[in-house]
Design a protein around this ligand. Structure first.
Ligand code: GDP
Length: 381
């Protein structure tokens, strides 16, 4: 029961002395072990992924969190059991994706809504196949949402209008309008108009699925406004056009400064991360372990012939900052690096991480030695 979880949390929290940390571990669980941050895994927030059979749930999960290429999903076997995919070990984002088979009957008395929607379930993503007739799916959406809301009114309801790669721009707008109107009308009729649904147009064949996931995840990070502020301060003091804080494994951005996000820049940053990861994997693997070669010492610069610079700095083993800036402003890289260190320290404070002073000092010294290419410390320190 939730009471037991509370008690368990308290016990774990006091034994690790993390009283000041946020209650749910938004990736701070292993946030640099050497900093002494610890977050019990039992209490991490859950994101549910639901939708009819063949709506694309497994594909989304594989593409976003397991780097499968969209074409390979054609051969995925359809989901026919409840699967829980735990992605906490490799990602900043501490959530589990629950994949439900489409044909589950939510009114079946054995269906344990309290366990599934209660507890720490914070977001429910409903996948709706836009290339199919969506009436049945809309009914299901209504049934799920109204049921879940009764159990837990704090859930964020997110509807992914999925597979929109087959639609023209006009059709996309029309589909979204139609679906949101029907879904909201139905809620209104049922007297559930206090339920708020958010809609996203998504496809695994472009970056829209990553963007949508980014927005969903950002809603679950209570420290987001502070992070945005820190990024604003960082870019204005460093003459940077745009900065994203990325979860490297999933390419979800957990925060960005408050200037508008332009899709092309976001895609560029995603591709940049792919390059870094690939190079790190090929040339930076440690012999005996499977973990990513991407670590706290990684950094990289790419100069584009449009006189734009892409600059990546590792924040911790899951998070990286990716900046877009004009070439002439990169002349003072020292300033940027210094500001970056300040940013990173502030971020760690935000998450209640008490850094050991000696370690920070040592890290700062390391970070000040600039690297003009992908750098990797071979003995892993
Ligand atoms: P699940 O039963 O909900 O897990 O659905 P699957 O993940 O097995 O997907 C069913 C089919 O939809 C697969 O053949 C996927 O290749 C396809 N699919 C998934 N996402 C997309 C998308 O964004 N666009 C298109 N065109 N097809 C997709």
């Amino acid at each position: 029961s939730s009471y037991d979880e509370e008690a368990q949390y308290e016990a774990i929290a006091s034994s690790y002395n993390v009283g000041s940390l946020p209650k749910y571990g938004y990736g701070m669980e292993d946030f640099d072990q050497e900093f002494g941050a610890y977050m019990p895994t039992e209490i991490k927030p859950k994101i549910l992924l639901m939708g009819l059979r063949r709506s694309g749930k497994s594909s989304i999960q594989k593409v976003v969190f397991h780097k499968m290429s969209p074409n390979e999903t054609l051969f995925l076997e359809s989901t026919n059991k409840i699967t829980k995919d735990d992605i906490s070990s490799s990602s900043f984002i501490q959530f589990s994706v629950w994949d439900f088979p489409g044909q589950i009957d939510f009114f079946d008395p054995t269906f344990d809504a309290d366990t599934i929607f209660g507890g720490h379930c914070e977001a429910l993503i409903y996948i709706l196949d836009a290339q199919d007739d969506y009436m049945e799916s809309l009914d299901k959406l209504h049934a799920i949402v109204s049921r879940a809301y009764k159990v837990n009114p704090n859930i964020h309801f997110e509807v992914f209008i999925h597979k929109v790669d087959g639609l023209s721009d006009d059709q996309k707008i029309e589909t979204q309008r139609d679906i949101s109107q029907r879904a909201n009308d139905e809620l209104l009729v049922a007297g559930c108009d206090s339920i708020h649904l958010s809609f996203y147009l998504t496809s695994i064949y472009d970056h829209s699925i990553f963007e949508a996931f980014s927005k969903v995840v950002q809603k679950l990070i209570p420290q987001l406004p502070t992070m945005e502020n820190l990024l604003n301060i960082f870019i204005s003091n460093s003459n940077i056009e745009k900065a994203f804080l990325f979860d490297v494994v999933s390419k979800i951005y957990v925060a960005t400064d408050s200037s508008p996000v332009d899709m092309a820049s976001y895609e560029l940053c995603c591709d940049f991360i792919d390059v870094i990861i690939d190079v790190s994997y090929i040339y930076g693997m440690k012999e005996d372990n499977e973990t990513s070669a991407f670590d706290s010492q990684s950094s990289s610069i790419i100069r584009l012939n449009s006189s734009t610079i892409l600059y990546l700095r590792e924040v911790n083993k899951y998070l990286a900052m990716v900046c877009l800036l004009r070439e002439e402003n990169f002349a003072r890289q020292g300033l940027i690096d210094y500001n970056f260190i300040c940013f990173r320290e502030a971020l760690q404070e935000v998450f209640g991480v008490r850094a050991r002073a000696s370690l920070v000092r040592e890290r700062n010294q390391n970070s000040l030695s600039f690297n003009n290419s992908i750098s990797k410390d071979w003995d892993g320190r």
